[in-house]
Design a protein around this ligand. Sequence first.
Ligand SMILES: Cc1ncc(COP(=O)(O)O)c(C=O)c1O
Length: 393
Amino acid sequence: MPVHSSYIAAMGGSEADDAWAVHSEARRLSRTGEKDLIVLSVGDHDFTTDERIVDAAVKSLQAGHHHYTPNIGLMPLREKIAAFHSKRIGEPVGVENVAVIPGAQCGVFTAGLATLNPGDHVIAFDPMYVTYYGALIARGATLTQVPLRPENDFRPDMDDIRAALRPETRAMVVNSPNNPTGAVWPRETMEAIATLCRERDLWLISDEVYCTMTYEQPHFCPRLIDGMKDRTVSVYSFSKSFAMTGWRLGWVVAAPETIKAVEHVMSAMLFGSPPFVQEAAMTALDEAEDTVDNIRKLYRHRRDRVCDALASVPKVKLRKPDAGMFLMLDIRETGMNTIDFAWKLLEEQKVSLLPGEGFGKMLAGHLRLSYGASDETLDEAGRRLSAFIQRNG
Ligand SMILES: Cc1ncc(COP(=O)(O)O)c(C=O)c1O
């Protein structure tokens, strides 16, 4: 039987597939025990979850908490998330604004199902976090990707956004701090986007997974803009902020009516996240909130370290990230194609980076480097990259 053809092309076609193939090969080599490999192509931490959080999950399991839970989360967890959001984002919200979901990935998918109709049009960006396409077409919507140009530091241009509008446009999906570019979009841009959403009666799906990892400036949530609370669905996660990627837990903040729709989607899709994962998350918020700030400090240090380590690599320009765990390397001066560059770098120097094409056409000539690694590893990656350019560049 034929499967849904849109999902075959969901990750952006063959160039994107070629780009991700480099990372798959690095993972395969890592599984075979290949020595000396430096994998900087993955968006995950190089350390495990805080012990306090792990202990809470174990205790919950041992206490026999093995049963179904409410569709959008245990009430005490929703209360704690509401308090965390009120404090960290600066918007007072209650439990009626919060739905617990199994990760931000599922949050974006659910936001699309809860707000879109078949035939609706959604504005997204190029580059974008790859899975948005599959998540947003699930409801039968179409997507236009507006360019985020390197010469504009990967920040959106309102004229480009306006040019993409259609009568059937119903939503926009924004991601600041951004994966893959590491850019934080200026507040004025968010305000202009909000104005457009109000003028055109659009939903704003706002992926804020990296909101606790901004370095020089506080995070700005578009829900704080006048008239945006009812039309913004903000998506958050325990994955990056609490180093809990494998636990699959996140949350959505939206208007109570939207949360009700999310609840229906969740009952069809999930039927409640595991109780021991939710209880561990409660401990994260109650007893291990320092994790969030420690992770931010660690990654700020790593960002500076990797920028220093790579500063003297010939023909490679760095785009110092404002937030998150990724750095863009602009290799256009080498004259090499990024996919060939990444394969050769893996073969010759055993360093795995992700060709920008994995996230969209605007990233041709760029590679994404994840600095979720130790100082020594980042320094060594810099040395190997220099040696590689000296030989090939
Ligand atoms: C921008 C962005 N959104 C969503 C996700 C998915 O996060 P989660 O692990 O919470 O599903 C990621 C993960 O890397 C991401 O980078």
